[in-house]
Design a protein around this ligand. Structure first.
Ligand code: SAM
Length: 453
């Protein structure tokens, strides 16, 4: 196998590069076994990082519905493109995986991720693809053993750190087995390990604000020998209160805290006023007729249970590139849990105007203040809008958005063409009211004169 591989590399003019972590797998049995661990079911697609000469690819190709191959080495990428040129199910992406903009893959779910990762940047590649929002449900990686051990590390071990926690907060990693240098050409100087990661199910862990969690663990492990009460001081963490609530001894260091401890700490430290309220059950709405004329007031529960017409706003927030921010609703929401929705959306309180509701929702859901939202369309109350008369607005968003974790699980900016294709392919990923708004937004041409349906 290794002779055939060598002659292929020669013919491509590839001298295996250490910088690119080019240690190619020569053991086909192992390659088959690794691909099996991805557990691809019919209809599921895969992304392979660093396919190289295609040791895993040839097995994946048989099992995956569609396949994307992200290979940085242009000669290898060209070779793969030639090999699979007659198969439209295979797309070669000749790019650096750490910078690969994979937002266009969200419409292609269900998706799984695999790679015999280059030693040089395996950790960065993992973070790039696995941090939320990620379109993948399962990932199998071969990595330098030392990095794999950090991914699965438990508290009170030397391998346990911010990297372990960042992955474990969203994924359940498991070490599968190790492979020695003899299975590769050229032989690496270290052992490799294969790990599998399964995305955590909604509700498996308490909800938490991802940014707060990230800030805490980075700071906590920045000086791992120091006691947390000192290391976390720059973040103004009230250690007396946090330590007492979490029952952590005052001398504790970062590596003594479990994932659950860090999450609880993030929940305590998060000062978002709505962090615990997925919805307000005691809200009172105006019940309106088909012409949006107020008839009377009723509670949120009554309005929804009886399908009475009421009022809501949706806002589309755009960044400088013109991409639309979508929020993924928290699994705790009583309506449309866990699906993608407008940048911000919400009901009008009884007596509230559309104009003041949009300002309130922008602040509550995205932390946007002092921006002028512009009205772009009015939608009548129908079953598709959940019997809401909707006023749709747009706003130019600042760089940093801040959302309450009880309402919003995560969010990201997507180019409008991708959202369009995503809705077309997978309408089940979206709240129906958002789909209505998006179609109306497209009809309005995104222009600022507005339309009324
Ligand atoms: N999958 C092949 C195998 O198992 O034989 C090759 C694995 S080799 C360890 C790593 C591969 O990743 C190489 O093909 C290398 O060119 C590619 N690579 C290195 N850095 C990369 C990056 N930043 N983005 C994408 N591919 C990269």
């Amino acid at each position: 196998m290794s002779a055939a591989l060598r002659s292929l590399l020669d013919s491509l003019g590839v001298q295996p590069s250490r910088k690119l972590g080019q240690n190619f797998l020569t053991d086909d049995q192992s390659a088959q076994w690794i691909v099996r661990q991805l557990e691809l079911s019919p209809g599921e697609s895969a992304v392979e990082i660093g396919p190289g000469t295609g040791a895993l690819t040839r097995h994946l190709h048989q099992a995956a519905e569609n396949l994307w191959l992200v290979e940085y080495d242009q000669r290898l990428a060209a070779h793969l493109a030639k090999t699979y040129e007659s198969d439209p199910r295979v797309t070669v992406i000749p790019e650096d995986a750490v910078k690969h903009d994979f937002r266009s893959l969200f419409p292609e779910q269900p998706l799984k991720l695999i790679g015999n990762l280059p030693y040089s940047c395996g950790g960065h590649i993992m973070i790039h693809y696995l941090m939320p929002p990620s379109p993948f449900t399962r990932a199998v990686f071969m990595l330098q053993k030392e990095v794999a051990e950090r991914v699965v590390a438990k508290p009170r071990t030397k391998d346990y750190g911010a990297f372990s926690l960042r992955i474990q907060a969203y994924w359940r990693p498991k070490m599968l087995r190790s492979i020695g240098p003899a299975a590769f050409y050229p032989r690496p100087q270290v052992d490799s390990s294969i790990i599998v990661l399964e995305r955590r199910a909604p509700g498996e862990l308490p909800i938490f604000d991802h940014d707060t969690f990230d800030r805490l663990i980075r700071q906590g492990f920045s000086q791992r020998r120091k006691q947390l009460k000192n290391v976390l001081a720059p973040l103004s963490v009230d250690w007396e209160q946090v330590g007492a609530t979490l029952q952590i001894p005052p001398t504790a260091r970062a590596e003594e805290l479990s994932l659950e401890d860090w999450i609880h700490m993030a929940r305590l430290v998060d000062d978002h006023p709505l962090k615990d309220n997925p919805q307000k059950d005691d809200e009172c709405f105006d019940v309106v007729d088909e012409n949006d004329v107020v008839l009377r007031q009723a509670t949120r529960r009554e309005v929804h249970a009886n399908g009475w017409r009421h009022r809501a706003i949706h806002v589309f927030a755009f960044n400088k590139a013109g991409d639309l921010f979508l929020q993924k609703r928290s699994h705790l929401k009583d309506a449309h849990p866990g699906v993608w929705d407008s940048s911000a959306a919400g009901h009008l309180d009884a007596g509230e105007s559309y104009a003041s509701a949009v300002v309130r929702e922008l602040e509550e859901e995205l932390g946007i203040r002092e921006r002028e939202p512009e009205w772009i369309a009015t939608l009548p109350a129908t079953a598709a809008t959940g019997w809401e008369h909707v006023h749709l607005f747009r706003v130019d968003a600042p760089k940093r958005l801040r959302y309450p974790c009880a309402e919003v699980e995560t969010g990201a900016y997507f180019p409008v063409e991708i959202v369009d294709r995503w809705i077309e392919k997978r309408p089940q990923d979206f709240a129906s009211g958002f789909i209505e708004c998006f179609r109306v937004y497209q009809k309005s041409g995104g222009n600022r004169d507005g339309i009324t349906l």
